[in-house]
Design a protein around this ligand. Sequence first.
Ligand SMILES: [Zn+2]
Length: 499
Amino acid sequence: MFWGGVFGQAAGPDPGSAPALIVFVFLPLAALSIPLDRVIRRALARWFGLPPMSITTVFGVWLSQELTWRLDVPFWYWPDWGAFGNTGFGVAAVLGACALWRSQPRAAMVTIAIVGGAALASGAVVGRPVGPPALWASSLIPVSFALGGWYLRSCRRAGLRAACGAAVAALVWALWDGSGLSWILPPLVAPAVLGTWFVLGFHFTARERRLLMDPALHRVAAALRVARHNQRRVIALTGAGISTGAGIPDYVSGAWLDAEVPVEWYDHSHFLANRQARIAYWDACARFRTLAAAARPGAGHRALAALQRHGWLSAVVTQNVDRLHQTAGSDPVIALHGRIDGTRCLLCGWTGLWPDGSPETETAIRHGRAAGGGAGAGAGVGVEVGSATATAGPWHAHDVTCRGCGGWLKPDVVAMGELIEPWQWKAAHAALDNCGVLLVIGTRLLISTAATLADRARHEGALIVVINDGPVAGVHPETDLTLERPIEDVLPALVGLLE
Ligand SMILES: [Zn+2]
C-alpha cells in the first residue's frame, strides 16, 4: 500500500498513464509475485535459514520498474515525499515505537534511535537529508520491527544485536544514496532486509535461525525468565530421545536386547527366578554399557549443562542410565533408573562398578545415598571377580555375588517390573517443589514415571514444555507447550536466546 501510494504519486505528471500502468504492469507482477514468493521463501529457509521478510516485494517493484522503463513510462524519479508526505516519517516512527515497546523495549529503543539519529545527522553532515525522510523512515522502521519485535524478542542481548542491524541498514541506505544508485533503483526495504539478515547470519547458526522463527521457542525463553524472576525452579525431565543423537539407541526399541531371548525374561521377576534370564540380562546390559562408554554427550546434553551452569535450570531428572548428563557437566542429576556402569547388591544395597576384572572393580561408587545402605563401605568390600573377559562376563560361569554379604549383584539399572529406588523417587519429587517450568525432553508422557512427575509439576502450577522430534502422547494441548523439533537444535537455540 505504501509503495503503491508512492509510485502512484510519482506517476502523477502524466495522469493518463497511471491506469494503464496498473492494468498492464502491476497486476501481472502482483500475480507473478505469489509463486515467486513461495520459491524465495523456500530457498531462503532451506539454504540460509533466513526469513524472507519483504524481499519478494522489493524484487517485484524492481521488475515493475524495469518493465515500465521499457514501456517508456518511468514511474520512479526520486519523489521527495512518501505516500503520506513527510508526516509519514512521524507516523511510522510513532507506530513502530508503540508496537515494539510491548515486546522488546531495549531493541526497539536502540533501532529507532539509530535510524532516526542517522537521518538527522545526515542532514547536518552532508548538508541535506540522506534521501527523503519519509522513505528513509519507512524503509528502516522494518529493521526495528523485525529485530526488536520478532526475531530477538526473548534475546538477552537484543539491544546490542538490534544496534548492529540498524547500523548496517542505515549504512546500506547511505551508500545507496551516495552512490547515486537510488536514482535508478529505489532502495525500498532492501537495507532493512540486509540489516536483519546481517544480525541473524552473524549472531546465530543456521539451525538457530530457523528456530528463531518459531514463536514457541520465544515462549519457552520467556517462561524461563518469568520463573527465574519469581524464584521458581526449572526442572528438565529427560528420556532416551536426548541420547539417541549421541548414538545410543532408544532402549524401548530393543536394539540392545537379544532377539533369541523372550522379552519377558528381562522382567525383574525372571532375574530373580531364572539363572538363564540373569545371564541374558547381564549380557544385554553389557552391550548397552559398551555403547554408553563409547558415547559422548550430544548438543542437547551440553546445552542443558550450560543452562544449569548459568542458573536457568535447577536440576536434571533423567530416565537415562548412560551418565551423559554427568559427563556434560550437569549437576545435580537425579538418575531415576540408575547407572549402566554400576552394579548393586540386591541384598545389602552395596553399589560398585562392573565385575570386569579391572582394578576399578574394587572401588565402591559413592552414590550420594544414606551411608546406612552400605554405599562406599570401603576396603574389603567388593565384587567377587570370576574369569572375566570383555566379551563374556563372569556371570556366564556363576552368579556374580557381593563380597560383603554374598547377595546377588545386578547391573544398577531399574529393570522392567522393578521399582525405582525410593530415595531417587523422593529426590525427583522434592526437585519439583515450587516448580515453575518443567522441560520434558525426549520422553513420552505415557510412561508412568514421566506422567506422574508431569502431573506433580502441573499441581505446582508449572508450565509443561514438551521438546521432542516427533509427536508426544499424554500432552495437555490446552495448557502444555510443545516443540516438535530436534532436541539438538532446540536446546542450543534456547541457550543462545538466554545467554
Ligand atoms: Zn551385599
